[in-house]
Design a protein around this ligand. Structure first.
Ligand code: ADP
Length: 493
């Protein structure tokens, strides 16, 4: 058995798996990588394309504004403004038959490619635009022109043939220099590696601190739970930290207090049971030995004592069984519709002998028959326990009155005696298991100390109201109240 335990412990250690630090780090690292990926795609991979598109848009916009203003007197100043705004060089020719006359030009950067072209090149571009339907774009690497200049500089030439409303033909050449994006991309990619390393390290540090914040209270709680498991019910769960941990520690504190109650109850139960069982057993053993060993002691009186003690013992055992069955839920309520008045009256028959022999006056007063929907056997036991108590504790006049009153759909049964009553400070305890007011003379007092506890359990299981009114020196009235049966109660229960 010991080996299996050790094996289990080993297995459990193996099952530990990754802790919260690494789990958090994994998630944070994943998130970091995701963010980096997005930034990389936009900043590095697609930067050139975005830049090119933006530039082409500017060129086309310039061309269309020029086209719209071909007849405008201020076209030159408009062109200058556009050229300097977008760093675009502009050349506009007026085409007259085979001749191309330069209308105006601007070269704001001084680096224009089109301004240094031979007329053959311009003609070539015109031809290309003509055959492409009026618009032609050409990209040229600037390395050829300026070998010492930045690498990868690209010059975009845009050629467009357009006509004004008078049918005159114009040829517009635009030229824009594309900044060398590859250098920027290179810088970005270099930075990117460092950013990735720094972010991942940051994620690790954050994961470490977050996990400390999350796991420290959990570790503390689990240590406390281990102490609780070993039976230390004094252990208080300290729930400092975040809300979930506070809730968990509250729940654990509650569980611990409930466990300690159960534990105390169990200990008390065992000591009570052993005491209650031992006393009659000692008596039975003692009397039996006397009857066996001492001549003349084998009398019917002594035999009666043995029988009484045995009866007491079996009552005790059956009471204990009843109460534990009801409490643990092993004894389920099986309700039925029955006449409570008739049941109480039938119970009274049990006491007929007592009435005849010992001079008890047990009276039953009822108004009208009342049907209830409840567990008949259990209710019988309630009535029986209450009447029994009343008989046991009633005064010298030996009077016990059982009353049944019905009103507002409720039936109330009360059992009144004329005994010593119960002191107010004891009233709340009499329903507890094994509680006896007269503790000193436990043996002398009749009963097992379980009767009212059974009554309480049964009535609570039936959701009935119950209670006791007692005046010390005058007597007590124990009562309970239940709903009178009305068709449909079966479904609702
Ligand atoms: P017991 O078997 O001792 O009667 P119960 O649970 O029935 O146990 O009752 C618990 C205690 O309540 C009794 O020991 C007694 O002190 C008190 N008690 C119960 N019924 C009465 C009563 N009718 N008059 C006075 N005291 C009572």
């Amino acid at each position: 058995m010991h080996n299996t335990g050790a094996g289990k412990a080993k297995k459990e250690t193996k099952r530990r798996g990754i802790g919260v630090t690494w789990t958090l780090f994994a998630f944070l690292a994943l998130f970091t990588v995701f963010v980096l990926l997005i930034v990389w795609v936009f900043q590095v991979l697609l930067l050139g394309r975005f830049y090119e598109n933006a530039k082409m848009k500017e060129i086309r916009l310039t061309a269309s504004i020029l086209e719209d203003n071909l007849e405008n007197e201020n076209i030159e100043s408009i062109a200058y403004a556009l050229a300097s705004d977008y760093s675009i060089s502009i050349l506009v020719y007026h085409i007259d038959g085979n001749d191309a006359v330069e209308k105006f030009s601007c070269n704001p950067t001084g680096r224009s490619v089109i301004h240094h072209m031979y007329s053959q090149s311009i003609k070539r571009l015109y031809g290309k635009a003509e055959s492409a339907g009026g618009e032609y774009v050409e990209k040229q690497s600037l390395d050829a022109f300026r070998p010492s200049d930045d690498v990868d500089s690209i010059s975009t030439i845009y050629a467009k043939i357009m006509q004004n409303s008078d049918g005159e033909t114009y040829f517009i050449l635009l030229n824009s220099e594309m900044a060398p994006v590859s250098a920027v991309v290179k810088t970005y990619s270099f930075q990117f590696k460092w950013i990735a390393v720094i972010l991942l390290l940051g994620a690790l540090v954050i994961a470490f601190f977050m996990s400390k914040f999350i796991s420290v209270p959990i570790v503390k709680l689990s240590r406390s739970v281990n102490r609780l498991a070993k039976g230390d019910y004094e252990e208080k769960f300290d729930g400092n930290g975040y809300r979930e941990i506070r809730e968990l520690s509250d729940a654990l504190n509650y569980a611990s207090s409930e466990l300690s109650k159960t534990d105390a109850l169990q200990k008390e139960l065992i000591s009570n049971i052993s005491h209650d069982l031992r006393t009659p057993l000692t008596m039975i053993k003692g009397y039996s030995e006397v009857m066996r060993d001492i001549p003349g002691e084998n009398t019917p009186e002594n035999a009666q004592i043995v029988i009484d003690e045995t009866t007491r013992l079996s009552e005790l055992v059956s009471d204990m069984l009843d109460i534990s069955k009801i409490r643990s839920g092993a004894r389920k309520i099986s309700p039925e519709v029955f006449d409570l008045t008739e049941t109480v009256r039938a119970t009274m028959c049990r006491y007929e002998k007592l009435t005849e022999k010992d001079g008890y006056h047990i009276e039953f007063i009822s108004d009208k028959p009342a049907l209830i929907y409840a567990d008949r056997t259990m209710m019988l036991q309630v009535v029986y326990n209450l009447i029994n108590n009343a008989i046991n504790y009633t005064g010298d006049d030996k009077k016990v009155t059982v009353r049944q009153q019905t009103s507002d759909g409720k039936v109330r049964i009360s059992v009144t005696d004329t005994g010593a009553g119960i002191e107010p400070e004891n009233l709340q305890y009499i329903w507890d298991r094994y509680y006896k007011v007269d503790k000193v003379h436990r043996r002398a007092a009749v009963g097992t100390g379980l009767g009212l506890s059974i009554v309480k359990s049964v009535l609570e299981a039936h959701k009935a109201t119950y209670g006791v009114d007692s005046t010390p020196g005058k007597g007590s009235t124990f009562w309970f109240e239940m709903s009178i049966y009305s068709p449909g109660d079966e479904q609702s229960s």
